[in-house]
Ligand binder design. Structure first.
Ligand SMILES: *[C@@H]1O[C@H](CO)[C@@H](O)[C@H](O)[C@H]1NC(C)=O
Ligand SMILES: *[C@@H]1O[C@H](CO)[C@@H](O)[C@H](O)[C@H]1NC(C)=O
Ligand SMILES: *[C@@H]1O[C@H](CO)[C@@H](O)[C@H](O)[C@H]1NC(C)=O
Ligand SMILES: *[C@@H]1O[C@H](CO)[C@@H](O)[C@H](O)[C@H]1NC(C)=O
Ligand SMILES: *[C@@H]1O[C@H](CO)[C@@H](O)[C@H](O)[C@H]1NC(C)=O
Ligand SMILES: *[C@@H]1O[C@H](CO)[C@@H](O)[C@H](O)[C@H]1NC(C)=O
Ligand SMILES: *[C@@H]1O[C@H](CO)[C@@H](O)[C@H](O)[C@H]1NC(C)=O
Length: 909
């Protein structure tokens, strides 16, 4: 059987279609309709791209003439019309016949068309001679339904007529060369076989028969029966070994062109079939029906091609076998994905139509399979070595062995071309797979057998599409319709079980395989290099799998089939269905390294590493990281970002620090600061936070660690950088009330400054209120006037004088100073103190200057351990509480995020 895949690519509903044609280069189908229109459909975009309103009568013939950008139509108004399909302009029109025009044939090289008509004539027209009629062919006695030019001899053409005959003509001779009789009713259609080997014509008639004729000895060699109504169209496919016939019974039938077996019957429910068109170089076939037109795609997608380990590629171009050698390209520079300029050598034609070609493991032989047959050739000279019939063929890992699937129940194993064993697998044989073990697929799943004695190794419940064994036989990929599995084959366990018979069930040896992974991707073609499984996927990716990780080598723009990998070239070779060969670079050193890592063979890995180019190191490092070898990844990676990440993960502070210095990135300093803090490296953390300009973080660190030097340093930096909130906090925490106040004044926070003064620095109140008043008066004079200076209205501010005394008292007794933490137990907490009480009877040493601010810098006496909160306020208990509330609103964690505008948030609170 041909096992043709048939896919519908386009369905275009329309009025009755009387003829179809395919454009040789554009994705266009031309359809002429019974209602007088002619349409061009794009079968890739599935859209109607052009329409020609030809006339009101049926247009029974329309053809592309690509070399002139023309569409030529013939209609029942007896006119031939010529349109330019780019401009849609009609370039010519002439009356060609005296009755309906049935068919147009375009000469492949000369400026000629042939037309046939119900007037029983065929005419030859020369467009280079102003469309003059160069010849009239007379002989038929009824309508001439179709004419075709012989593709092997462009001077000859054949015609089909309702007079029940087929006539063969020569250009230059107005009477027929000969006539083929045999149909019992009118002949509607005709086609030539284009293959080199047979002088055949095919015809279809109203007697519902299809006939194949040898036009050299003028006999009918075969009659195809099956259609239930008039046969309206026939086609010998120009490439595939098939005959396509269409009938008024609504079906299209596909027959094998050498065995004449009916391969398929297609019924798309579009009523009567009227026309068919196939095209050389394409698997598309256009069909015209009563209700529209359809394009189907025929044939095997996967090309029959195979490459040996040295780079010799053998493929089948239809039934011709050809060879190309990568080595013959010399040193031409090769780019990824570019078509290779290969010289192709013809090796002769094959007796069967090849569907697959496959080298044996050592490359000495190739097997060609097709039409239920196989032929084994020598790879060099293509001499046949063995042949036979088989549904399928599979090479063993050992080059001298192979298996064939004879039927759905019998599998035969051959060694040195001699049958060694024939056996019937328990559940039948629907497919076989070669490699280290012989795989046999049945409805029940997959069974692996030993090649040697056909003993069952293991049955697995899976429906495989492909099986790929690694060279070592340790790994196998089983690909299904949905995903693929990577399994490890445990040969020693199998050997042990075979010895002891332990762990052997009816499903074989339980421990034979270990599943390493399942990947939700559909493998189209695959191969192993070491422990790396390289494959093309259903979404046209070229990937490889190693150790649970998928690496994408390339995104392919079309479906490609893997041919092989040549380590010497560091290249992977693929072919497409047009037999173009492309390649992608893939370093063998990288694959070897990854294989060594998978095998935990680090001495091997270290040996390979120097051969991996620098630019590939990071990729390898990512692989190491994913395999859990971060330390090694850090050593191998050359990407600073990756190295920094790894250093962080590994807690390698020194390396991370070095990288942060080089990168000068705030982000990196922040990340490193976090790590440093988690490692209690506060000195480093501090440095990082400074580099990162993370004042929130610094404040947190400084206060939490009670480092006075740090707070001091932070205060200066923060004020300089305008981080006023942090600056205020640090001054205030250090008891630097004057600096706190000046900061508020400097930043225009006069009301806050006034209250700060009122609470802590009474002798500054007057000065601040003055400033506040001045500033407020610019906005609202009345409001400014209502601000009272406490020194002028002592009656409104009872205890003011005592407050001055208290302030002086605190200053002189150092009691407002911060103390080392070790003294805390000896110090009365602020909330238990009453400064006014304490200051009673205190005699200030100097004169209390009410108006003058005393902005003396005071050396902070900061503890080495935690700082003890804010200075004691000189105010009533109530005000103190209020202030504390304010301070409570300052949540240090909020400050820690440097993104928020600290100034506004805090000060407006
Ligand atoms: C003929 O049929 C086609 C499609 O069915 C339609 O687009 C077109 O307009 C029709 N032409 C005429 C002349 O009726
Ligand atoms: C057919 O035509 C060819 C070429 O003109 C000629 O050689 C041959 O004798 C003709 N055969 C018949 C049967 O007329
Ligand atoms: C004509 O040729 C075909 C092969 O193409 C052969 O099968 C057939 O027997 C021949 N017929 C005659 C009458 O020679
Ligand atoms: C088949 O062709 C005959 C003419 O030979 C015609 O009368 C008949 O209607 C056609 N069959 C169908 C189903 O159209
Ligand atoms: C094999 O080769 C022999 C001799 O060249 C030839 O007679 C035979 O037809 C060939 N068979 C196949 C199946 O290729
Ligand atoms: C406090 O911070 C300073 C730098 O601001 C640093 O030099 C010092 O080592 C820190 N002290 C402690 C105890 O961490
Ligand atoms: C205040 O502190 C200074 C220096 O720290 C010290 O000389 C002075 O004696 C202290 N005064 C009192 C009253 O403790």
């Amino acid at each position: 059987p041909l096992r043709l895949d048939i896919k519908r690519k386009l369905t275009a509903r329309s009025d009755r279609v009387k003829s179809v044609d395919l454009h040789p280069t554009e994705p266009w189908m031309l359809a002429s309709l019974y209602n007088g229109s002619v349409c061009v459909w794009n079968h890739e975009t599935q859209t109607l791209v052009k329409t020609f309103e030809v006339c009101d009568l049926p247009v029974r013939a329309a053809k592309f003439v690509a070399r002139k950008n023309w569409v030529i139509t013939g209609a029942d108004d007896m006119q031939i019309r010529v349109f330019n399909y780019n401009t849609l302009e009609r370039v010519h029109i002439f009356e060609a016949h005296s009755d309906y025009i049935r068919c147009i044939a375009v000469h492949p090289t000369q400026p000629y068309i042939l037309t046939s008509s119900d007037d029983m004539l065929i005419k030859l027209w020369d467009w280079d001679k102003k469309w003059s009629c160069s010849q009239v062919f007379e002989g038929h006695t009824h309508y001439v339904m179709q004419i075709v030019i012989n593709p092997k001899d462009n001077n000859q053409f054949a015609s089909a007529s309702l007079d029940r005959t087929i006539k063969v003509w020569q250009l230059g001779s107005s009477s027929p060369n000969f006539t083929l009789d045999g149909h019992e009713k009118g002949v509607n259609c005709i086609d030539y076989y284009s293959g080199g080997d047979k002088p055949y014509l095919i015809s279809g008639a109203d007697d519902r028969l299809v006939k194949i004729w040898d036009y050299q000895n003028k006999t009918c060699v075969q009659t195809l029966e099956g259609h239930a109504q008039n046969v309206s169209c026939v086609s010998f496919h120009p490439e595939l070994p098939i005959i396509i016939t269409g009938s008024e019974d609504g079906t299209v039938r596909i027959w094998h062109s050498s065995t004449y077996r009916l391969e398929s019957t297609l019924n798309y429910g579009m009523e009567r079939v009227w026309c068919v068109a196939s095209l050389r170089g394409s698997n598309n076939v256009a069909l015209g029906y009563d209700e529209g037109s359809i394009i189907i795609k025929l044939g095997r997608e996967e090309p029959a091609m195979s490459m040996d380990a040295s780079g010799k590629i053998i493929w089948a171009k239809h039934s011709e076998i050809q060879q190309a050698n990568l080595k013959a390209m010399g040193d031409a520079e090769i780019k990824d994905g570019e078509r290779l300029p290969l010289a192709v050598k013809d090796m002769g034609s094959c007796e069967i139509y090849p569907q697959t070609i496959q080298h044996n493991p050592n490359g000495r032989f190739v097997v060609v399979c097709g039409d239920g047959e196989y032929i084994i050739y020598t790879a060099m000279a293509l001499r046949n070595k063995s042949f036979g019939s088989a549904q399928e063929f599979a090479w063993a890992h050992d080059s001298s062995e192979y298996a064939i699937r004879e039927s759905n129940s019998v599998v035969k194993i051959f060694k040195n071309f001699k049958e060694k064993k024939s056996f019937k697998p328990d559940f039948g044989a629907e497919g076989i797979y070669g490699g280290f073990l012989l795989g046999v697929r049945s409805v029940n799943g997959l069974a692996f057998y030993d090649w040697e004695n056909t003993e069952l190794i293991r049955r697995i419940e899976i429906q495989p599409k492909h099986i790929f064994w690694s060279d070592s036989g340790e790994l196998v990929c089983i690909a299904t319709e949905e995903s693929f599995f990577i399994l490890k084959y445990l040969a020693d366990k199998v050997a042990a079980a075979q010895e002891t018979h332990e762990g052997v069930t009816e499903d074989g040896i339980e421990d034979a395989f270990e599943v390493l992974g399942e990947i939700q991707e559909i493998v189209k073609t695959g191969l192993w290099v070491g422990d790396c499984f390289i494959y093309t996927s259903s979404v046209n990716r070229l990937n490889y799998y190693v150790g649970g990780e998928i690496v994408t080598i390339a995104h392919l723009d079309r479906t490609m089939y893997l041919l092989g990998y040549i380590p010497k070239d560091n290249r992977l070779y693929l072919g497409d269905k047009e037999l173009n060969i492309v390649s992608y670079s893939l370093l063998v050193s990288v694959l070897e390294y990854q294989t060594a890592v998978m095998r935990r063979d680090f001495s091997m890995a270290d040996k390979v590493l120097p051969t991996i180019p620098k630019e590939q190191r990071t990729r390898v490092a990512h692989f190491l990281e994913k395999q859990g070898f971060k330390q090694q990844a850090l050593a191998v990676s050359t990407d600073p970002e990756h190295r920094f990440e790894l250093a962080l993960q590994l807690g390698e502070l020194k390396i991370a620090y070095q990288l942060a210095v080089e990168a000068e990135s705030e982000q990196k300093w922040k990340q490193l600061a976090e790590l440093a803090i988690s490692k209690c490296q506060f000195g480093l953390a501090q440095e990082c936070l400074h580099h990162a300009q993370d004042y929130g973080g610094l404040l947190l660190l400084a206060t939490a660690s009670g480092n006075a030097t740090m707070i001091n340093k932070l205060a200066e930096g923060a004020e300089k950088d305008g981080k006023n909130n942090v600056a205020f906090m640090t001054y205030f925490l250090q008891g630097k009330l004057d600096q706190s106040l000046e900061l508020l004044i400097k930043t225009g926070r006069l009301p806050e400054a006034a209250f700060l003064a009122r609470t802590y620095l009474p002798n500054q109140v007057s000065r601040v209120v003055k400033l506040w008043r001045e500033s407020l008066s610019k906005i609202n004079q009345k409001a400014a006037d209502s601000l009272a200076d406490p020194t002028e209205y002592e009656n409104l501010f009872p205890g003011l004088r005592e407050a001055f005394v208290a302030e002086q008292y605190l200053k002189e007794t150092n009691l407002s100073k911060l103390r080392p933490a070790r003294e805390y137990p000896l110090i009365t907490p602020n909330e238990e103190r009453s400064v006014l009480e304490e200051a009673k009877g205190f005699e200030p040493s100097g004169v209390v200057a009410l108006e003058e601010s005393s902005l003396k810098e005071e050396p902070a006496l900061l503890p080495e351990r935690p700082v003890v909160g804010e200075p004691a306020p000189i105010k009533s208990q109530k005000s103190l509480e209020e202030l504390e509330d304010d301070l409570d609103n300052l949540d240090l964690e909020d400050i820690d995020t440097s993104d928020i505008n600290l100034d506004d948030e805090f000060l407006e609170d």
